[in-house]
Design a protein around this ligand. Structure first.
Ligand code: C2E
Ligand code: CA
Ligand code: CA
Ligand code: CA
Length: 284
């Protein structure tokens, strides 16, 4: 039914209400999409810079909405976080990524692959998060050491005692932990020593400016060295150009991701990349 006074949405309050309605609608749709298993994962390859081979993937969630088209995670992850839907959503992502990983490894004659999954603070803060991860590993038959959980620096910075315990519980399962978007948060070098982290993912904003400003090259170089000296693996995100790759290789960065190699792709394509690509290096 048409509301009295059709111009209601042209007023400021109307626009606010429209925003709220839209948000509620999106929230309901997201809940339904999750229940109806309509979410999808795309996979972006991780390339080993020593061998130029695809050694793993990062799972990235996608929402093909029936009327709005493909919705970007940046547009629904915050809603999922605000409503708590991120907890069941995150569990689904973890389960699906592990299931898929086990399937690809079997299809590639047992060749291992590292699967990285993004974990939001809200999930990490669940007291039973480590048990959930353990249950998913058992259910899917995924070897723990082939799973990497990516978390932003904020996870490591807040409420450190509880977080440290949670990280220790996760590490005890045998998986690896990565700091996502490294260098963009409130970085304290002290926490790197304190927390059992295996991998630094160098944020795209550093990679983007490689070769443009000398200062940025120095920063990236410093992060790579820092990772090395702490015995951590370094993964550079968002490589789009050969020059960036060459610079990172020169610095001794171990792994890379980015459109230069491949965009995040649907499962079929990712599977082909991994299974058929065993002896074929990706673009170098
Ligand atoms: P992120 O974890 O930092 O993921 C990397 C993002 O950069 C992805 O965007 C990816 O498509 C994009 N990207 C990769 N290579 C390039 C490149 O060469 N150039 C450019 N310009 N972009 C590149 P996407 O898939 O839209 O995801 C955005 C963010 O949404 C992710 O950032 C992550 O924070 C969040 N996200 C995605 N999937 C999940 C999930 O399953 N759970 C949670 N909690 N968050 C997720
Ligand atoms: Ca990530
Ligand atoms: Ca990232
Ligand atoms: Ca990011």
């Amino acid at each position: 039914a048409k509301a009295a006074g059709g111009g209601v949405f042209t007023s400021y309050r109307g626009q606010m209400r429209e925003g709220l309605v839209e948000r509620l609608e999106l929230e309901n749709d997201l809940r339904a999409a999750l229940e109806n298993r309509e979410l999808r994962l795309h996979y972006q390859p991780t390339v080993d810079l020593d061998t130029n081979q695809v050694v793993g993937f990062e799972a990235l969630v996608r929402w093909p909405h029936p009327t709005r088209g493909m919705i970007n995670p940046m547009d629904f992850i915050p809603i999922a976080e605000a409503t708590g839907l991120i907890v069941p959503l995150g569990r689904w992502v973890l389960e699906e990524a592990c299931r898929q990983s086990v399937e690809w490894t079997a299809a590639a004659g047992g060749r291992p692959l590292k699967m990285s999954v993004n974990v939001s603070v809200r999930q990490f803060d669940q007291p039973d998060f480590a048990e959930t991860v353990a249950a998913v590993l058992v259910e899917t038959g995924m070897p723990a050491d082939r799973l990497c959980l990516e978390m932003t620096e904020s996870v490591l910075m807040t409420d450190t005692e509880a977080n440290l315990e949670q990280l220790v519980r996760l590490k005890a399962l045998g998986l690896t932990l990565a700091i996502d978007d490294f260098g963009t948060g409130y970085s304290s070098l002290a926490y790197l020593r304190r927390f059992p982290v295996d991998t630094l993912k160098i944020d795209r904003s550093f990679v983007e400016r490689l070769g443009v400003l000398a200062g940025d090259t120095a920063l990236t170089d410093t992060i790579v060295r820092l990772g090395k000296s702490l015995g951590m693996a370094t993964v550079a995100e968002g490589i789009e150009e050969f020059g960036q790759l060459a610079a990172l290789r020169e610095m001794g960065c171990g792994f890379a991701q980015g459109y230069y190699f491949s965009r995040p792709v649907p499962p079929d394509e990712a599977g082909r990349l991994f299974i058929e690509g065993a002896d074929t290096p990706v673009r170098t």
